[in-house]
Design a protein around this ligand. Structure first.
Ligand code: USQ
Length: 402
């Protein structure tokens, strides 16, 4: 299939380009390199070195025997989006080109407003361009499990049956997101539902959990093909941060009580699931939702799994509770469905500790890069709009073990 990836230089996009090409798909993509700039703005670096796009494209051609069609561009530039899609005529469009960090969107008014205009208008431009130049293409839109928040009832895949005052309907499940970033995903969801209903576009909205991992097998051992791996407070997701902390002997930064529960999945599972969605498109006019995660864990459970993986690698890993810079429930019910992908053949990677061991092995050679940025590991961006570095509130003893 012809697949267009918006955000092809990012953590997921660069991996997906390789995963799809290895399976015989023809891939084109765009990027504005904003992720590189945001991480630099935060005074951080990727733990795994990231090469220039020219070096990446050369290594890509050497490994896969064909070129990746790449153009630098901005989704806010409508003529660029429309022109590229018109020329390439994709069968599937994977939209990964959004600002993906909750803390970054909470820094101040400027960052919140940027997140909204970048994410919501960028997505809207893709919908309009599809309507104009490739209305039969399938939009695989990256949403987030965080759209639903943490309600005290089970979470279905997008929609649920509701009976109210004697009448029944199938309605979107309520969204209660926890940051201005997560809110942009909710706005995208509504715009996408509308475009499918009114223009007959087709879309899969991926409600993805928190991704972790340093590699997929398709990358081999060429460092130019490696994906990025962030560990700063904004772009480093929990397990990625914990593994980077573990390799330099920094205590794992558990926020609050650590009972926050989320769906998590390894990078390789994310690739498997996105590919299943691409290769099994919905009908014209259909909008469907896939909840995408391997399993749900509390953040404390995961910290102990990283400790276990660290012990096996001969590292000494401590876990500390820091006061939580976010406003979120720290102990709650969490039970989302994820049947749609299983029905399409998704085989979850169940050995999470083994995946963490691979991560530690990949990260140990880059200890010095992480150590150099050690001072940015403790968060200071707070949900009340102030900046204050979190303090240790509790030393985790072995008795904390779940
Ligand atoms: N957390 C810690 N310590 C850390 C980092 C995070 O305890 O050092 C906690 C957070 O407080 C939160 C949980 O771990 O309760 C997850 O935080 P995260 O930073 O790994 O993930 P989150 O902010 O939820 O966002 C990430 C991605 C985002 C995606 C989302 C999926 O950055 O793009 O949408 O995961 S989900 O969480 O399901 O909404």
């Amino acid at each position: 299939m012809k697949v267009f990836i918006a955000g092809i230089d990012g953590y997921l996009g660069w991996s997906l380009a390789q995963y799809l090409t290895a399976r015989g798909h023809e891939v084109a993509g765009t990027d504005k390199f904003l992720r590189r700039a945001w991480v630099e703005e935060l005074g951080s670096v990727s733990a795994l070195p990231v090469f220039s796009i020219e070096e990446r494209l050369t290594a890509f051609r050497a490994r896969f025997g064909k070129s990746l069609i790449f153009r630098e561009g901005d989704l806010l530039d409508y003529e660029f989006v429309r022109g590229f899609l018109e020329e390439f005529q994709p069968e599937a469009i994977v939209h990964l080109a959004e600002m993906p960090s909750a803390p970054y969107s909470m820094i101040d008014q400027v960052h919140a407003a940027f997140t909204h205009s970048n994410n919501v208008i960028g997505s809207l431009n893709i919908l309009w361009a599809m309507r104009e130049v490739c209305p039969d293409a399938h939009l695989v839109k990256l949403g987030t499990m965080g759209e639903y928040g943490t309600p005290n009832v089970d979470i279905p895949e997008g929609f649920f049956e509701l009976e109210y005052r004697g009448r029944k309907d199938r309605l979107p499940f309520p969204r209660q997101p926890g940051s201005f970033y997560h809110l942009t995903k909710v706005h995208d969801t509504h715009n996408t539902i509308f475009a499918c209903r009114v223009w007959g576009l087709r879309s899969t909205d991926i409600m993805q959990g928190v991704v972790f991992g340093t590699r997929i097998d398709e990358m081999g051992d060429d460092p130019h093909l490696s994906t990025r791996l962030d560990f700063d407070q904004c772009f480093g997701t929990a397990i990625n941060r914990f593994c980077c902390q573990a390799v330099i002997g920094h205590p794992l930064t558990l926020y609050g009580r650590g009972g926050q529960t989320r769906g998590f999945l390894p990078l390789r599972d994310s690739m498997q699931c996105l590919t299943l969605a691409i290769e099994n498109p919905p009908k014209p006019g259909e909008y469907r939702v896939f909840n995408q995660f391997e399993e749900c864990y509390t953040i404390e459970e995961l910290a102990f799994k990283v400790k276990e993986a660290g012990d096996r690698a001969g590292l000494s890993v401590d876990i500390l509770h820091y006061d939580n810079p976010r406003k979120e429930l720290e102990a709650h019910y969490y039970h989302p469905d994820r049947q749609n992908l299983i029905d399409l053949g998704y085989k979850p990677t169940h050995d999470v500790v083994a995946e963490m061991q691979i991560m530690l092995r990949d990260l140990i050679p880059h200890q010095a890069r992480i150590m150099h940025k050690r001072e940015i590991l403790v968060p200071d961006i707070r949900w009340d709009g102030t900046r204050r570095r979190s303090l240790v509130i509790q030393q985790t003893a072995e008795t904390f073990k779940p």
